[in-house]
Ligand binder design. Structure first.
Ligand SMILES: *Cc1c(COP(=O)(O)O)cnc(C)c1O
Length: 295
């Protein structure tokens, strides 16, 4: 089992919130593990358990050069004495960025493939080639979202405070964490903040949901991606810097910073009724800041 540290729920006191009559708390899931942080811990938990139970000694997964998922998988596999292989999109660049340097130091074998080949990551032929090269392994998909990841993210929702909130907010990449929370939470409307440009994530979350099981009301806001995945600008940078200095909570530029910026913007637009209680999920990903700031 991966080690897990119970995480605090922190009340945020801030003028824009009190002016709008809003209560905001942050679930600091970024603190759950030093390297397998945030939602990635929950997405990997049952996958790595299954890999071990099925007798695999190696896990293989996919990601871009800045993937939090690759970083977390490398660390988790290392902690559980599993070998790991990361299929990385694109050419090797020297020196390695913080994410890949960490993954490699944690023992992950980095296997670079062209963008064209990477697009075939779910094709059977591509997997046959990988098995030919690397032998037996347990496959975790890009971004880590599969049935066992959803089992983990549903369980994550059971760790939320018992005192109810009206809204549960979280950033969304593949939707695996959001789908689990929609079905695991026992109160509130779930609002996802898309880290990607476009509105396709609503359909992707719908596919992940078990439509025979209970679920919370939910929607995805796609207005706060700031130009697209991992794109940033001065407004976001300043917001993250101010939020950290005021509340002593670091946010990342790809996911949690954009979510929090979105929450504040919606609060200031009066989108939440006075008296609303919001629980924001800090999904981790802070290691990526090293690379974002270096770019
Ligand atoms: C990976 C990641 C997400 C996206 O999670 P999904 O389950 O793919 O939607 C959100 N926040 C952080 C910090 C992440 O690293």
């Amino acid at each position: 089992m991966l080690s897990y540290r119970a995480t605090p729920v922190i009340p945020i006191s801030d003028d824009p919130l009190s002016a709008a009559g809003i209560t905001l708390h942050v679930k600091r899931e970024d603190l759950n593990h030093p390297h397998v942080s945030g939602n990635k811990w929950w997405k990997l938990k049952y996958n790595l358990e299954a890999a071990k139970q099925q007798g695999h000694t190696t896990v293989l997964t996919f990601g871009g050069a800045y993937s939090n998922h690759l970083y977390a998988t490398a660390a988790a596999a290392h902690a559980l004495d599993l070998r790991s292989i990361g299929v990385v999109r694109g050419e090797r660049t020297a020196p390695l960025n913080t994410t890949l340097a960490f993954a490699q130091a944690a023992g992950m074998h980095l296997h670079y493939v062209s963008r064209e080949a990477y697009r075939q990551k779910t094709d059977e032929d591509f997997h046959k080639t990988l098995h030919g090269q690397f032998g037996d392994f347990y496959t975790i998909p890009e971004g880590g979202t599969n049935t066992l990841a959803l089992k983990g993210t549903r369980e994550f929702a059971t760790t939320f405070p018992t005192e109810p909130f009206d809204y549960i907010c979280l950033p969304v990449g593949t939707g695996g964490t959001m789908a689990g929370i929609i079905q695991g939470a026992v109160y509130g409307e779930v609002i996802g903040f898309s880290a990607l440009k476009g509105s396709f994530l609503t359909d992707e979350v719908k596919v992940l949901l078990d439509h025979d099981a209970p679920m919370r009301p939910w929607h995805i806001n796609d207005q706060y991606h700031m130009g697209g995945y991992a794109k940033t600008n001065d407004v976001l940078t300043t917001f993250i810097k101010n939020f950290q200095s005021k509340h002593n909570i670091p946010l990342d530029f790809v996911y949690t910073g954009k979510m929090m910026w979105g929450i504040y913007d919606l609060v200031q637009q009066g989108c939440f009724a006075r008296g609303s209680r919001i629980l924001a999920i800090h999904t981790g990903g802070l290691q990526g800041n090293g690379d974002m700031l270096a770019q």
